[in-house]
Design a protein around this ligand. Structure first.
Ligand SMILES: Cc1cc2nc3c(=O)[nH]c(=O)nc-3n(C[C@H](O)[C@H](O)[C@H](O)COP(=O)(O)OP(=O)(O)OC[C@H]3O[C@@H](n4cnc5c(N)ncnc54)[C@H](O)[C@@H]3O)c2cc1C
Ligand SMILES: *[C@@H]1O[C@H](CO)[C@@H](O)[C@H](O)[C@H]1NC(C)=O
Ligand SMILES: *[C@@H]1O[C@H](CO)[C@@H](O)[C@H](O)[C@H]1NC(C)=O
Ligand SMILES: *[C@@H]1O[C@H](CO)[C@@H](O)[C@H](O)[C@H]1NC(C)=O
Length: 488
């Protein structure tokens, strides 16, 4: 096996020599960064500032990865990450403030609608929701599926605080379904029972929903790459878009370079590489991506960890007829209405919330997770539009006429071969594999113990996974690994 891989490295170098700039061959890059999302851009920025010669290879035609700000209506909407979750300490929040970008808190006020068009009881639902989200911080001694635990704790709570509600079987049944969906939208899980009570996720301090509003989350990437406000970028950072990496050959011999080969046949050499592709991409292609293959413990991490799917369907209207300052509309079904929905349209009964984006007027954004989100990515445009309008009119159209939308956008984080999911969560195997994230984060070293292939990205952060600030921290962590402390 060893002999075989050495030959591959040699062939890779020859191929590169055939069609790459000869100076590139004579003078390989210090570091190649694979993927230019939050982790990759932070690593690129950190290494470029320290004077390293850096090449960034990004498969998509844009930087940002799972952050994607797109023009919409009179402003922008976010198909991926929307908020800075917490302010202290946050590299992301700090960068915005240091660059005088206004960041606005989005208050999580909501209006509740029932499926028969009536208004729901906001105070009670708010209390039950806060209780359910709160018990996550008070986990059971023996880990169990989160939904099972919340159901037990919530039932006890209702017994003591709202005993009359226990007779309302319809309400309780639909409440539990609703909270399942709320949890899924947080975790990107398919079911709240796919999530473990033993999550190591830690919230940052400060406001949890800070918005880039009309500036768009894309501003973060301009700041990171020094192009914000017509900044000049970094002269020692070369970014190549539409460059899908297909193979990373890493040497045991300290004298040899890492060789990175792209789908278009080009290859590049560097002392080391930082891989920032998502867990979804690693799951799908780790066997072909790395030569020699990844060590078994890393493969186990990749296989046992979970990445879920979170999706949005975003609608633009000429005018909106709901006069409300709420930033969320929550949809709570009644069983009689839910049973009207055909099995084929089951996904529509699993949309429980619509958010009001801050980057654009007259817009709402329907949230979906898990298998429903995967399915909606594949349905015809007109079917999605018709069904979601039926849903919105059912819940919010009783006392008003809701016009047809003038535009619709939806995300495709699962279909996208360069993401294959939205973000990771701590699944029910987490108690059995508590070090999975840390193992994934470990670099591959050569015979001398020098890191040659490093791993960053949201999934590799023990406590801030699933976020932009977590991804950013991991990019900084891996860049720092390559820098003598004095240069930071
Ligand atoms: C719908 C949605 C909502 C979210 N909401 C929030 C939120 O409100 N707040 C928050 O903090 N986080 C949120 N997140 C999570 C956040 O977006 C991610 O955690 C973060 O952006 C991940 O960054 P990353 O650098 O780890 O990975 P990525 O952004 O996935 O970057 C990896 C890059 O690698 C590239 N790549 C993949 N394969 C290859 C290849 N073979 N060759 C070259 N390049 C490749 C990809 O194209 C991508 O650009 C949300 C995510 C989604 C999808
Ligand atoms: C931000 O604003 C302050 C005060 O106006 C100014 O001193 C500072 O230079 C600005 N910073 C940037 C990065 O524009
Ligand atoms: C619509 O109007 C009816 C009658 O006034 C009322 O009972 C119902 O709660 C209203 N629906 C909403 C969502 O406000
Ligand atoms: C929305 O907020 C504004 C300003 O605080 C207030 O004047 C208005 O009455 C509110 N509208 C509703 C429907 O609550």
């Amino acid at each position: 096996m060893m002999w075989f891989s050495v030959v591959l490295v040699f062939v890779g170098a020859l191929v590169a020599g055939g069609n790459a700039n000869p100076t590139t061959m004579l003078e390989p890059y210090d570091t190649i960064i694979i993927g230019m999302g939050a982790a990759g851009c932070t690593a690129a920025s950190t290494l470029s500032k320290a004077g390293k010669k850096v090449l960034a290879l990004e498969a998509m035609d844009r930087v940002g990865g799972r952050v994607n700000t797109v023009p919409f209506g009179d402003g922008v909407v976010e198909l991926g990450a929307e908020w800075i979750h917490g302010q202290f300490p946050s590299r992301v929040y700090d960068l915005a403030i240091q660059n005088n970008v206004t960041i606005l808190p989005q208050e999580m006020d909501f209006d509740v609608y029932r499926s028969d068009g009536s208004a729901g009881e906001k105070e009670v639902l708010n209390d039950l929701l806060l209780f359910s989200l709160g018990v996550v911080d008070d986990p059971p001694e023996v880990p169990e599926p989160l939904g099972q635990y919340i159901t037990r704790r919530l039932t006890d709570y209702i017994k003591t605080k709202y005993p009359h509600l226990l007779n309302d079987k319809d309400f309780i049944e639909n409440l539990l379904q609703f909270i399942d969906l709320v949890i899924d939208n947080y975790e990107s899980s398919n079911s709240w029972n796919d999530v473990s009570t033993q999550s190591r996720y830690e919230e940052l301090g400060g406001h949890q929903h800070m918005s880039w509003h009309r500036n768009g989350y894309k501003t973060l990437f301009q700041i990171l790459l020094n192009t914000y406000n017509n900044g000049p970028g970094y002269p020692n950072l070369e970014i190549k878009l539409k460059k899908e990496v297909t193979q990373i050959s890493w040497p045991q011999d300290p004298a040899q370079d890492v060789v990175v080969t792209c789908k278009d046949g080009t290859s590049y050499r560097a002392r080391n590489v930082i891989v920032t592709v998502s867990l979804g991409v690693l799951k799908e292609r780790h066997t072909t991506l790395f030569t020699p293959p990844l060590p078994q413990e890393k493969v186990t991490s990749i296989e046992k960890m979970s990445i879920g799917v979170e999706g949005k369907v975003i609608l633009l209207f000429d005018t909106v007829s709901w006069h409300s300052n709420a930033s969320w509309f929550l949809y709570l079904w009644k069983t009689i209405d839910r049973t009207e929905i055909s099995e084929e349209d089951g996904w529509i009964a699993k949309i429980d919330e619509a958010g009001v984006p801050m980057g654009c007027s007259n817009t709402i954004s329907l949230w979906l997770s898990g298998d429903r989100a995967k399915l909606v990515e594949t349905l015809p445009e007109d079917v999605v539009k018709r069904k979601v309008m039926e849903l919105i009119r059912r819940f919010m159209g009783k006392n008003r006429t809701i016009p047809e939308p003038i535009a619709m956008l939806r995300s495709s984080w699962y279909s996208n071969p360069y993401t294959r999911g939205s973000y990771t969560y701590d699944n029910i195997l987490t108690p059995q594999y508590p070090n999975a994230r840390a193992t994934l984060a470990e670099p591959l070293v050569d015979r001398s113990g020098t890191p040659r292939v490093l791993f960053a990205g949201e999934a590799t952060d023990n406590t801030h996974f699933s976020t932009v600030h977590g991804a950013t921290d991991t990019g900084f962590r891996e860049a720092s690994r390559l820098l003598p402390q004095a240069k930071l």
